[in-house]
Design a protein around this ligand. Sequence first.
Ligand code: HEM
Length: 307
Amino acid sequence: MDLIVENDYSILKSHYQFTQDDEERLLEMKPFLESSVEDFLTGFYEFIWGFGKTAEFLKNEEILSRHRGKIREWYLDLFNGTYKLSYFQKLYKIGEIHVRLGLPTHYVNAAFNYVRVFTLGRIHKSYNEIEGLTDKLKSVEKILDINLDVLTSSYRQEEVGRFLSLSNVEKTLLSTLKKTSSYFNYLLAGALVMVAFFAVGLFGYDVYLLASGKNSVEEGILTILGSLLILWAAIELIHQEISHLRGGGFALEVFITLAIAALIRKILIFSLSPAKSVDVLMYGVLVLCLSVSYWLITQKLNKKIRG
Ligand code: HEM
């Protein structure tokens, strides 16, 4: 457990200059915030649903309604007026559970923005007498920052713990590997841009063959379509590589799309020659196999997202 929580939670409070007065002010506001808790919860889930992958974590109605109950309890506890060791231990446990679930720390930080905006907004609206308003707002800010600090400390612990458990040789190896793989990724991105240029060249060449009469109109149009298909797939790959460089995962399905595009181009060209019927059939079977693989991969991804 985080040292600051385990050894002396009062150090944590003192770093935020969180005093007895803050505790009393928060308790004073409890009845008022209790009356807006349903609005708070409705807005909270609307807000976090905008993160996109929330359903990967709050997978079904049961988990969602359990979480709603826990968030309600956590929110009202903010205004409990007592912030002893057990309070901080509970917060730390929430952080640990989120870490174990693999919930991005960014989600917790962003959710706190909602909590802050909602709560300060409500207080502003109802306590519009000037005296005491600033102090009330300050107390809320402090308890929210303390909460965020403890909730995200499990994330920091995990990162530090994982790194510290490695030997020096492992650490050097790890950072060298990370650097090398990022150089190769940039190299791959450059190569993909080159491929896209070649695909543009191929398109130009196909247009030339059609315009110069070297290809019949039917063949010319089909080959042009085929080269556009490859250009489209190359652009998809570049997009994929960009999101990979930004920290996203590796998407095998995009490479399958490229292979399908290349095979379809061949089929389009060969379909014009009756002598190549067997080749067309073979390529057709290959396209079918790749399409089935594509379908299986995307089905698995969709299932993962829906939980
Ligand atoms: C203000 C931010 C948040 C707070 C205060 C919070 C609070 C909590 C609490 C109190 C629990 C229960 C811990 C326990 O069982 O002891 C919990 C669990 C959980 N939280 Fe959060 N949470 C926050 C944000 C989020 C977000 C943004 C997500 C998802 C996108 C999320 C997903 C979950 C999940 C999946 C569980 C486990 C639920 C279960 O199986 O019971 N939380 N959270």
